[in-house]
Design a protein around this ligand. Structure first.
Ligand SMILES: [Mg+2]
Length: 179
């Protein structure tokens, strides 16, 4: 069954462990490991019918390589990548592009969550765009300290596995709203 909840997701330190990235001379990532539990969680979300849109800063070739390596290319309804959009998160253009890719409008915003590890990009960008956010604090590479109210996530999880039950909870709330 088609779900109401729409998942926008970051990649680096949200699905992929940035600490394992191997880059070529052009700075394209040619190999990287997934964060433990991330691959199975994303596949389970996809198999359950949640639309998943990549909203990521970096090079298209990097994401193509990494998703292919882990058999995750097929789970994304759209790939919104800063190299193509021309701006990094928290730019609204990244989120607008994701909305356009799925023909979503203002009234769909309450159905969208942005999942990411970077408070200044993922969380701030989501807040300013008017959608809810999930901070994954698995990686210790960046500070999670908010610099402004927009940096405070709607939810905070510690492992990728926690995203599945959270998605199910939000989905049930969205279904209740429509009854
Ligand atoms: Mg990231």
């Amino acid at each position: 069954m088609k779900k109401k909840l729409i998942i926008f997701t970051d990649i680096g330190d949200t699905i992929i462990d940035e600490g394992t990235e191997v880059r070529n001379a052009e700075s394209v990532v040619t190999h990287a490991d997934c964060i433990p539990g991330a691959r199975t969680t994303m596949l389970a979300l996809h198999d359950s019918g949640y639309p998943i849109i990549m909203v990521a800063d970096g090079l298209t070739a990097s994401f193509r390589n990494m998703m292919k390596e882990h058999g995750l290319s097929h789970i994304f309804s759209a790939w919104i990548i800063s190299e193509e959009v021309g701006e990094d998160k928290p730019s609204a253009r990244m989120f607008e592009s994701a909305m356009q890719a799925l023909s979503l409008t203002e009234k769909d915003k309450h159905r969208i969550i942005m999942v990411g590890n970077n408070v200044k990009r993922d969380i701030r960008g989501a807040s300013r765009f008017g959608i809810r956010s999930v901070l994954l604090d698995w990686s210790s590479r960046r500070s999670f300290e908010p610099e402004c109210p927009d940096d405070v996530p709607t939810w905070r999880i510690h492992t990728p596995e926690e995203l599945f039950p959270l998605a199910e909870l939000i989905e049930s709330q969205l279904e209740d709203e429509d009854d």
